[in-house]
Ligand binder design. Structure first.
Ligand SMILES: [Zn+2]
Length: 484
């Protein structure tokens, strides 16, 4: 799997990096971005993937947030960076974890499919027994106490339609009227999945969702029901890992991040061991005291798979001055997809798809990656800032962002297969979020290209965040972020 050629040049590259620091590459001597990208070898990055896969294997097969597998991943990354001489922080943040042990509903002969809403309080393993009481539907079904006028729902299981107000509001109204539990009928045929009460503190009574047809059947013949929503909601603490170079201006911090957690279903080697490996190896190749004009901050996020929790907590924890000091954010989430794509976040929205452009400066970041890949003979495509990775909180804060990506569950087009190889009409990563997201299924060639792009961009912006592919600085930055 190893790409022999790259390894040899990496050794040479390393020497070049040092030699170059005393010559003409920028105010503080400067980093040679080409040499840095050559120094980040596929072999070295794969070495980190081997470690992360072994960590998962030693911890129930995953590295999910709140598990010992994740903690061991944090310890690994922090140790590697500390051994290299970085100051490493592992800031903690709390998050609410929700899990379902069992869920079922029986009403006479009916056994409709039921899905507990996230953060639904538990009914306990034995469940709640009670009459099903349908609440007459109106424009705001079950949203007002008056919807329950004339109904006796004390100790009963209320049944309302979805729509108009939040699930949390509906269950609060039902609870206020004495209901022991609430069923919400979907307003479309499929089961009601993905519903949530919003936060762990909102739950008053057990709440489950049923499909539209099942809801209608229950309303037509309400009987005595047994509802089991055996859930667990608890608040866990987990950590991010943050390390910054000791040289360079801290007014123009260049941030590069990758999430460190996996889904519970598998070891998360491509998602996102590859991003972690590339960012970590870039930090090691750059070192803690590079001759760079700008400080570089490396971040490894927890809880991404649960909703960008780590990056969100991090950005929310910054005051205005600290946010303003971050010149740009580079995100790397999946670089070794088996049916790889060569994608760069569409900072200028040139694809006119999905969400709009990124904050001012994101277009330049996109050009940096697209130009770098073109120089490798690769014609990159755009990928939307769809909010599915840790750039989300940064672009929300007006911080220009970008990165490269090898694709997840989206399908590779025939045109993309023609120019990049691989299988048309097949997912970029068929092992996405599965037990098969393993080292054996990583495309090492794509990983090598992606990792060198990480290093190239970090080296480039460590020298300067200005220029044609730069981002707003000074007053222009403050202005750009207040008008975003
Ligand atoms: Zn991911």
């Amino acid at each position: 799997m190893r790409l022999r050629g790259v390894v040899t040049s990496a050794v040479a590259g390393m020497l070049a990096l040092t030699a170059c620091s005393s010559s003409d590459a920028g105010a503080a001597g400067g980093v040679d971005a080409q040499a840095l990208s050559a120094a980040v070898t596929t072999d070295a990055v794969l070495g980190h993937l081997v470690e992360l896969e072994q960590i998962a294997a030693a911890h129930d097969g995953n590295r999910a947030a709140g598990t010992s597998g994740y903690d061991a991943s944090v310890d690994y990354v922090a140790r590697i960076l500390r051994d290299k001489g970085f100051d490493v922080q592992t800031p903690e943040f709390a998050f609410d974890r929700f899990d379902v042990h069992s869920q079922s509903l029986r009403v006479g002969e009916l056994a409709p499919e039921i899905v507990a809403l996230t953060y639904s309080p538990s009914s306990g393993p034995d469940g709640v027994r009670g009459r099903v009481v349908p609440v007459p539907a109106d424009d705001t079904p079950g949203c007002e106490p008056t919807d329950y006028d004339g109904l006796d729902v004390a100790g009963a299981i209320a049944l309302v339609d979805r729509g108009s107000c939040t699930f949390a509001d509906k269950q609060a109204v039902a609870a206020d009227r004495g209901a022991a539990a609430l069923l919400v009928a979907n307003n479309s045929p499929e089961p009601l999945t993905g519903g949530t009460l919003g936060d762990a503190g909102a739950g008053r009574i057990p709440v489950g969702g049923v499909g539209q047809a099942d809801g209608a059947a229950l309303a037509a013949s309400p009987g005595e029901a047994t509802l089991v929503l055996d859930t667990i909601t608890d608040t866990l603490r987990t950590r991010n890992v943050v390390a910054q170079t000791r040289t360079g201006s801290t007014d123009d911090v260049v941030m590069a991040g990758a999430h460190l957690d996996s889904v519970p279903e598998g070891p998360g080697v491509n998602d996102n061991g590859t991003g972690v490996g590339a960012v970590l190896e870039t930090a090691l190749a750059l070192g803690p005291t590079p001759p760079a004009a700008n400080a570089v901050r490396f971040a490894f996020w927890g809880g991404e798979e649960l909703g960008l929790l780590g990056s969100d907590a991090y950005v929310a924890g910054l005051d205005d001055a600290q946010r303003d000091d971050i010149a740009l954010y580079l995100n790397f989430d999946m670089l070794g997809s088996e049916n790889a794509g060569y994608l760069s976040y569409d900072g200028d929205d040139s694809d006119r798809a999905g969400s709009g452009p990124g904050p001012e400066g994101s277009a330049g970041i996109e050009r940096t990656f697209v130009d770098y890949l073109a120089a490798q003979g690769i014609s990159a495509d755009g990928t939307d800032f769809d909010g599915r990775s840790d750039y989300g909180p940064f672009i929300e804060a007006g911080i220009p962002s970008g990165g490269v990506f090898s694709g997840a569950d989206d399908v590779k087009s025939a045109e993309q297969a023609r120019k990049w190889g691989g299988d048309a009409d097949q997912p970029f990563d068929r092992n996405y979020h599965s037990p098969d997201d393993t080292l054996a299924n990583v495309d090492a060639e794509a990983l090598g290209v992606g990792a060198s792009a990480v290093a190239y961009a970090v080296g480039t912006y460590a020298n300067s965040v200005e220029g044609e592919n730069g981002v707003p600085v000074g007053d222009a930055r403050a202005h750009a972020r207040t008008t975003e």
